[in-house]
Design a binder for this molecule. Structure first.
Ligand code: GLA
Length: 350
């Protein structure tokens, strides 16, 4: 613990997942990186027992008793703030009365993890006021994930929060969700570029097929008699009824593609990385059934423009597409070039 402070500014980034999708809640592997865009929270200690939060992008405000936050009627940004105050306290971390000013640059429902950026920045801002900003980052990721699960209703895993908390410039992060080991892997793009393009189909993970996919993985585990798909036998596909067999085949193949991508990066073989991104997308579309017409049209457009690989990022069912562009292929007009950036941090320490 450090000293309490009266003001703090916390920033947490969104993330892009290079590869390794729907593996996190299956104790598998992913390779995400934090991006430059994110959410900034200006936190100020106030007298009394309330938290007052202003979401500037929405032009909305919330105010609640920090000792007993209630579930809000909608599952929007208020659920994150109230849930965090409740879950930080439940984990024994100190929370003071505060005024929070929240501003973000990650588009909502875009597959770039606006929600993890929101929850991690609010958590860090609140903890900084109590002098507890050096709390264990894996514990923080779990707390933020619990908020998504129990307060927002999306049964998501730890991918987004760990990427936001552990991001490093020029590195992708190999995350093993069984041990929660996070290993930075150099990303040497040279004249290649990674770009994200919005499919213009917003997704809401709590309402999409995401939760159903997670249930299907649990059903497959029950049938296979394993606690997690990480322990599923290599030939599980042959034993399971459809669609469970295909769901498991995606998860198992995706874990292998993460390792293959790391090898390709170590050999500076970006053509092979592109091929693996395409294979990941095909698996998400065909075996995991998580694509949409708008996503497919965006992937097809990027491939036609010369992308070495293109895949949807995040939970799927809409959101952004990530493309790897070889030298000489320009980013499309609606593309954003993304590079690995630093993880969540305090911006100023007045
Ligand atoms: C969303 C979830 C993550 C992860 C991805 C899919 O981003 O929040 O936990 O499951 O989808 O890889």
């Amino acid at each position: 613990m450090t000293a309490e402070r009266e003001r703090a500014v916390a920033f947490a980034p969104g993330r892009v997942n290079l590869i390794g999708e729907h593996t996190d809640y299956n104790d598998g592997l992913s390779l995400p990186f934090a991006i430059a865009d994110g959410v900034t929270v200006e936190a100020e200690a106030i007298d009394g027992d309330e938290v007052v939060a202003l979401a500037h992008d929405e032009g909305e405000q919330d105010r609640f008793d920090l000792r007993a936050p209630e579930h809000p009627d909608d599952g929007g940004w208020r659920a994150f703030v109230r849930g965090l105050v409740a879950e930080l306290a439940a984990a024994g971390l100190p929370v003071r009365a505060a005024r929070l000013e929240i501003r973000g640059t990650v588009p909502r429902g875009s597959g770039l993890s606006s929600s993890a950026a929101l929850s991690v920045s609010v958590a860090l801002g609140l903890l900084a006021l109590s002098g507890a900003e050096d709390a264990d980052r894996r514990q923080l990721a779990r707390i933020c994930s619990r908020v998504e699960n129990d307060w927002v209703g999306a049964q998501t895993g730890l991918l987004d929060q760990l990427a936001s908390l552990f991001g490093k410039p020029d590195r992708v992060l190999r995350i093993d969700f069984r041990s929660l080991a996070v290993e930075p892997v150099p990303l040497r793009l040279g004249d290649w570029q990674l770009v994200t393009v919005d499919s213009r189909e917003s997704h809401d993970l709590s309402a999409s097929g995401y939760n159903r996919r997670r249930e299907e993985c649990a059903e497959a585990c029950a049938l296979l008699g394993v606690g997690t798909l990480r322990d599923a036998p290599a030939d599980a596909f042959a034993w399971l009824p459809e669609p469970l067999g295909r769901r498991v085949r995606h998860v198992q193949g995706e874990n292998l593609r993460v390792e293959a991508t790391i090898s390709a990066l170590q050999e500076d073989d970006l053509t092979e990385v592109g091929r693996l991104l395409d294979a990941s997308h095909a698996s998400m579309r065909d075996d995991y059934a998580a694509s949409t017409d708008a996503v497919e049209a965006t992937v097809a457009r990027l491939k036609a423009a010369g992308a070495a690989g293109a895949r949807m990022v995040g939970g799927g069912f809409g959101g952004h597409v990530l493309a790897l562009l070889p030298p000489g292929i320009a980013s499309p007009g609606d593309g954003t070039v993304v590079v690995p950036a630093a993880g969540a941090r305090l911006l100023s320490q007045p």
